[in-house]
Design a protein around this ligand. Structure first.
Ligand code: 5GP
Length: 347
């Protein structure tokens, strides 16, 4: 047994230190980033926020709405190939290039990904997603997908340490998805005791990825726009959001009326709810590692995404970053023991 003594940090442990700035207004801040990906050589330009591939977040409807802002959606893996065909047919220019096709790591998943990608050249992102990215099986699967799709952008995860980020990039991933346990409906830390505070995971994994020309997605744990900014400040190239984009018209969750108020169901992809729906219940050998919650129904996602983008722009003006790309270079985090003043309730 070994103990690492240095303290790892989550979003709640830091704030940005403001810096002198020549920017007059947040409207001067450019959130669009241009990336050329390591293995595929593909270029992509957009706002590097991604709706999570959860079945009450990453829907086709979410993809259509967020693409208007150049924001991405990792579409969840529970749509059929026929659903994809229909979505591709009705999608205008500018949507499919902001969509990630999610997949697990079985042979059936591989075939399904091939069938979907064969339908159009406009889909360029594949998101290989398993809860425990430390499995050797993931590395082999990434190699297999890279061999099949040399010119597609491949994301793989989830992991939280630099060694595994490097291994996945060397196996063919352009992007590594980072986060174990920080999610709003995740119970991995409670059920298993495994995890890594998300800001430190991002800082350490970004460093490892960037050294090899790879990119990372900070996935999970953002509860407010300030956290999204902190993820970018820590070095995340992309930030993935589940809970912050759940509960909206486009999230496609089950709507429930209670005492005249509207709610929407939101659940972790390893929760009892998800496994009942997609896998015929929780298998005997495992425990559910996600929860199910009811969120107040929030209407269209438009206001929420504007609010998040506005918050990140404002962070940039406070630290003097004219572009999102500059935010991490302009970031000094201070460690704190206080965040919001909750005397009149929580925002
Ligand atoms: P959020 O933005 O809601 O804090 O986090 C979203 C992320 O939580 C997802 O992208 C995914 O990585 C993770 N997640 C989703 N469902 C589950 C689950 O059931 N269990 C665990 N451990 N993580 C989940």
């Amino acid at each position: 047994m070994r103990i690492e003594q240095d303290l790892k940090l989550g979003f709640k442990d830091v704030l940005f230190r403001p810096k002198r700035s020549t920017l007059k207004s947040r409207s001067q801040v450019e959130l669009t980033r241009d990336f050329t990906f390591k293995h595929s050589g593909r270029q992509w330009s957009g706002v590097p926020i991604i709706a999570a591939n959860m079945d009450s977040v990453g829907s086709f409807e979410m993809a259509a709405s967020l693409a208007k802002h150049g924001v991405m959606t990792a579409v969840h893996k529970h749509y059929t190939v026929a659903d994809w065909a229909e979505f591709i047919k009705r999608s205008d220019a500018g949507v499919l290039n902001n969509v990630m096709v999610s997949t697990g790591t079985s042979d059936a998943d591989f075939q399904k990904t091939k069938d979907i990608m064969a339908m159009t050249d406009e889909l360029i992102f594949i998101c290989i997603d398993i809860a425990n990215g430390y499995s050797e099986h993931l590395v082999e699967y990434v190699e297999r997908v890279r061999a099949e799709f040399p010119d597609k952008v491949i994301s793989a995860g989830n992991v939280v340490t630099g060694d595994m980020v490097e291994e996945l990039i060397l196996a063919g991933a352009d992007i590594v998805k980072v986060g174990i346990g920080p999610g709003s409906v995740c119970t991995t830390r409670v059920k298993t005791g495994v995890g890594y505070p998300q800001l430190s995971a991002i800082i350490e994994c970004a460093d490892a990825a960037h050294g090899l020309g790879g990119r990372i997605i900070g996935d999970g744990g953002c509860a407010c726009a300030g956290d999204v900014a902190k993820a970018f400040g820590g070095g995340a190239d992309f930030v993935m959001l589940g809970g912050m984009l759940a509960g909206h018209e486009e999230s496609n969750g089950e709507v429930i009326e209670n005492d005249g108020k509207m709610f929407m169901k939101f659940y972790g992809m390893s929760s009892q709810s998800a496994m009942d729906k997609h896998s015929g219940g929780v298998a005997k050998y495992r425990a559910a590692e996600g929860k199910t919650v009811l969120l107040p129904y929030r209407g269209p996602v438009e206001n929420t995404i504007q609010d998040i983008m506005g918050g990140v722009r404002s962070t940039c003006t406070y630290v003097g970053a004219a572009k999102l790309k500059e935010l991490t270079k302009r970031t000094t985090f201070i460690r704190v023991q206080e965040q919001e003043n909750n005397v009149f309730g929580k925002e």
